[in-house]
Write a protein that binds this ligand. Structure first.
Ligand code: COA
Ligand code: AMP
Length: 631
């Protein structure tokens, strides 16, 4: 039996013992007496009777163990042409000061703090400072607009907001403060205080009484100690797209997260303390939470915080420059980033310019890793390229290749094998298990492992209806796929979530935004195949009777509307105005059929379609938008 099989079997036969053993790597204030609390199914809690502090485990314990002078964070910003290193000792001081400043503003254990920050060390400091004082952070990605911020402010009711004056995109400065002020105006809940980091690129206006300058406030602050929290207490809330306009507040609890992420760094990523790990994502996404911030720091590694893009900052060699310059051992990014590099540098000429001898592994996740991209990267980089599958909800890998246990020979196109903690099943609509090679819904037998969501913020019922009711006893992942020789292939989402440049977005949410346009009677947003971004959203819109304004004008307004309500990250650029949408006789819009037409994939006329002739106009419109080329 291989090493992976024996580790997986060990978990299967004794999950309690497996996780209690993993828990020994964590510094506890009060150690757990047991791993799983299953007294209130379908809600499960891990290490609930322990007390701990996540910031202590991510920062202070490494200083105490003699790693104070080791770089904790390397901030590399080709956008500002600057680099900054923070050692573990400096990170400890900075987080303790910001924690003290938050406490001085009245923020205490259990209070929520919303963080709206670009990729700067202050974003990490803000997250850790909250963890330090037991406050619950909720980071909002910088590419979201005011409305998205407002929805999150109302849902998690933060006592304070921590923000920066601006984000920096290659083509523009993004002023955050007007977006934040707009969101606070829009929201019903009003935070007591805003802490603002002024960046040299843009100075934001301050609201007297409410807004505090980061530098002044932390300069005067007392250093806060790490506050003990319960193992099942929330560390953070991270909102993710669901099927409706209201995002889901995924909760991460302190203890399970500590144990699972610490386990993952060695066993999945093969990283040891002192190694340099780089997740080229954003702190606003789950990959950023888990693998820019928490996991590398909990494991005593150095994490790279990269403020740039894979191409254009300044060129397609940036990733390889960062790896060589900072001695990065493993890079974790999304396939779309590699596709972007390959488009510009198909021969890998930039790769050859850098010494990548210390680089061991490329990890990919966030969207389907297409074989052409995986094969290109493996050939040009000459390192293992590992696809692994996970979600905001789980916080760490469901299926992958456990390179620290044993590097398995996983076929390209497969996302790997189940990690300990995950009992993965492929189910049909009735919940029956399907044989190998057959496509079905991917479900995970309950309980989910430590680190995964215990519930949704203030929404136990939604947690159950979103994930637990379709297949009783299982967590419904929302992905479809199949097993083949023990490995898992991830094929598509089963809901209306789409993946644009590895950013998870809801077409339902975009439809809700479009439907509020005064001239729009009804609409559909579909995710069509995109060579670079994996998928891209396309809107099909029917106008209200009597609307005789130019169609181009309305289409342009629809694009602006999504950019202003959801944000530029939606990358919503294409809208077609149509007379009717294809529907079933019962009135359900046939989105999947439209996707097949756009993508030129085989499809059958749905037996339930109300009027097949509608599809002629849809096909013509999609053609005009640059899709349905073969139709
Ligand atoms: N703040 C403000 N705006 C942002 C933003 C942020 N943090 N991130 C993205 N945007 C904006 C972009 O500027 C762009 O705006 P534009 O329409 O004015 O050009 C828009 O959102 C779409 O961004 P993106 O989808 O990133 O497209 P891009 O063309 O700028 O870059 C890639 C394409 C492939 C290079 C880029 O998407 C990428 O690096 N992807 C990796 C994805 C990733 O790491 N995902 C995290 C999950 S693992
Ligand atoms: P997020 O919650 O933003 O991390 O997005 C999670 C979703 O991204 C999953 O449910 C999948 O649909 C998709 N995804 C993530 N990783 C992979 C992968 N390795 N292969 C295919 N799809 C993936």
């Amino acid at each position: 039996m291989g090493r992976y099989n024996s580790v997986y079997d060990r978990w299967r036969t004794d999950p309690e013992g497996f996780w209690m053993e993993a828990a020994q790597q964590i510094d506890w204030i009060t150690p757990p007496t047991g791993a799983l609390d299953d007294s209130t199914p379908p809600f499960y809690r891990w290490f609930a009777d322990a007390t701990c502090n996540t910031c202590h485990n991510a920062v202070d314990r490494h200083v105490e163990a003699g790693r104070g002078d080791q770089p904790a964070i390397i901030h590399d910003s080709p956008i500002t042409d600057s680099q900054r290193i923070l050692t573990y000792r400096e990170l400890q001081t900075e987080t303790a000061k910001l924690g003290g400043a938050l406490q001085a503003l009245g923020v205490t254990k259990g209070d929520r703090v919303l963080i709206y920050m670009p990729m700067t060390p202050e974003a990490v400091i803000a997250m850790l400072a909250c963890a330090r004082i037991g406050a619950v952070h909720s980071v909002v990605f910088g590419g979201f607009a005011s409305n998205e911020l407002a929805v999150r402010i109302d849902d998690c009711t933060p006592k304070a907001v921590i923000a920066a004056s601006c984000g920096l995109e290659p083509n523009r400065t993004v002023p955050y403060k007007p977006l934040l002020d707009g969101a606070i105006d829009m929201a019903d809940h009003t935070p007591d205080a805003v802490i603002l980091k002024q960046r040299p690129q843009l100075t934001a206006d301050m609201v007297p009484g409410r807004d505090h300058d980061w530098d002044t406030l932390t300069g005067d602050a007392a250093e806060a100690p790490c506050v003990p929290v319960g193992g099942a207490d929330p560390l953070y809330i991270l909102y993710t797209s669901g099927t409706t306009g209201k995002p889901k507040g995924v909760i991460r609890a302190n203890a399970g997260h500590l144990v699972a992420l610490n386990w993952s760094m060695k066993n999945i990523y093969n990283m040891d303390p002192g190694d340099v790990f780089w997740a080229a994502s954003d702190v606003g996404w789950v990959v950023g939470h888990s693998y820019i911030v928490y996991a590398p720091l909990i494991a005593g590694c150095t994490t790279v915080l990269f403020e740039g893009k894979p191409v254009g900052t300044p060129d397609a060699g940036t990733f390889w420059r960062v790896i060589a310059e900072h001695d990065v051992k493993a890079l974790f990014t999304a396939p779309t980033a590699i596709r972007a590099i390959r488009q510009v540098d198909p021969e890998g000429e930039f790769i050859a310019k850098h010494n990548l001898s210390g680089f061991h592994t490329l990890f990919l996740a966030g969207e389907r890793a297409d074989p052409a991209t995986v094969e290109w990267a493996a050939e040009k980089l000459n390192v293992p390229v590992i696809d692994h599958w996970w979600q905001t909800e789980t916080g760490w890998t469901i299926a992958g290749n456990p390179s620290g246990i044993e590097l398995l020979d996983i076929p390209v196109g497969s996302a790997g094998v189940a990690m300990p903690g995950y009992d993965i099943r492929i189910l049909d609509e009735g919940g029956n298990e399907l044989p190998d090679g057959t496509l079905g819904a991917i479900a995970v037998k309950l309980p989910l492992p430590p680190g995964s969501l215990p519930t949704l913020w203030n929404a136990d019922e939604r947690f159950q209806s979103s994930y637990l009711t379709t297949f009783p006893g299982y967590y419904e992942t929302g992905d479809a796929g199949m097993k083949e020789n023990g490995t898992l292939k991830i094929m598509a989402r089963t809901d209306d979530v789409i993946n644009v440049a590895a950013h998870r977005l809801s077409t339902g949410e975009m439809e809700e935004a479009l439907a509020r346009h005064p001239d729009v009677a009804e609409c559909a947003v579909i995710g069509v195949a995109d060579e670079l971004k994996g998928q891209s959203p396309v809107g099909l819109v029917c106008l209200k009777g009597g609307t005789n304004r130019p169609h181009e004008e309305i289409a342009a307004e629809c694009v602006t509307r999504i950019r202003e309500t959801i944000g530029p990250v939606a990358a919503f650029k294409k809208v077609g105005i149509v007379a009717r949408l294809p529907k079933t006789r019962s009135g359900k819009i046939l989105r999947a059929t439209m996707v097949s037409i756009a993508d030129d994939t085989p499809w059958n006329m749905p037996a339930t379609i109300d009027d097949p002739a509608v599809l002629d106009e849809i096909t013509a419109t999609l053609k005009d938008l640059g899709y349905a080329k073969g139709a």
